[in-house]
Write a protein that binds this ligand. Sequence first.
Ligand code: URA
Ligand code: CA
Length: 433
Amino acid sequence: MRMVDLIEKKQHKDPLTEEEIKWMIENYTNDTIPEYQMSAMAMAIYFNGMTDEELSALTLAMVESGDQIDLSEIDGVKVDKHSTGGVGDTTTLVLAPLVASVGVPVAKMSGRGLGHTGGTIDKLEAIPGFHVELSQEDFISLVNQNKVAVVGQSGNLTPADKKIYALRDVTGTVESIPLIASSIMSKKIAAGANAIVLDVKTGAGAFMKSVERAKELAETMVNIGKSVGRDTMAVISDMSQPLGKAIGNGLEVKEAIDTLKGKGPDDLTELCLVLGSQMAFLGGVGSSLEEARALLEENLHNGKALDKFKTFIQSQGGDETVVAQPDTVLPQPRHSLEVKAKETGVVSKIVADQIGIAAMMLGAGRETKESQIDLAAGLYLHKKVGDEVKEGDVLVTLYSSNEIHDQVVEKVLNHIFISEEGSKPTLIYDIVR
Ligand code: URA
Ligand code: CA
């Protein structure tokens, strides 16, 4: 086989065979196929797309390019959730114990954050003592015992995806739905998921700026999942404004605890119930999404989800008194500053990505892989889109271990709009199944 022939085939919109795709991914991963040929292929895919058959072959070839996590010793259907990334997305911290509390195993492998989107591992590390370095044996036995454990990324998962992603980043081919879809699905499958729930974000803070593109991505991923034997569902959810009210690692732990007590922000609570219902249903709990949701709601109100969170924290070395006293146990910032509204009206827009960047400037996120995170830093939105404000009301409180610069205040004020009119944005645009 010659790579140049495959490139020309794709250029002419002739589908590649499974054998050709396997050969290409194998030989690109082992550096036999040079970067310039794979660049040309990525561009041909960018323009000409891929058929369903090509997509499942590509996804499986990427899965097979590296290690695969074997979760077969865990009882039950292993359901994983993936979010395409957003600002202040606290869902995993809530969903892991919530879904585990109805008996569905949550064996989560998570990463750290980069840029203005936070990582679940960083958030959990705001809890003193909590650690994610677990051996494969300990990870599996914790999930069997408690139905929930979170482990840091290890092993050599989907090296083909790592190479292709780095190449796409510098060749203008990141924004290709088949390439995004196979990239995300290959990672979930390699991490051992039997079933997958996808939270595809749309809006200013998201990868997919329009609902139409988000829906197309969701449909593509759900199709891939089904074609490779993984039950998959997706939610299209809003990321025009940040999710919930807290952005920042320690602050989001506290927000997750509030949510598990049934006292969380409306949008975060609702999204967790929608995603959680899908996870529980795919995990075999409840005969419909509605029934699964009712069980989750019950556990939010009777304290079982919160108890599960405590067990989870304790079993990974964390201080579970964080649940009763988040303000004394979580890292506290030395500095805080209230940003006040300069006019009266209704909040009409909170630009998610820019507010995420403000949180990063306060120390809540990493600018480069090497940056140290300030676990106490971040911001709290007292008002969300659709809320009325009066001049002088506190819009946002900023928190940092370092002095807070005017630059951050300006950034926040420039990206929260107050108008005569405004209404709550749609939270869930669609469900794809
Ligand atoms: N996230 C991924 O994991 N892969 C992509 O290609 C885009 C977003
Ligand atoms: Ca949040």
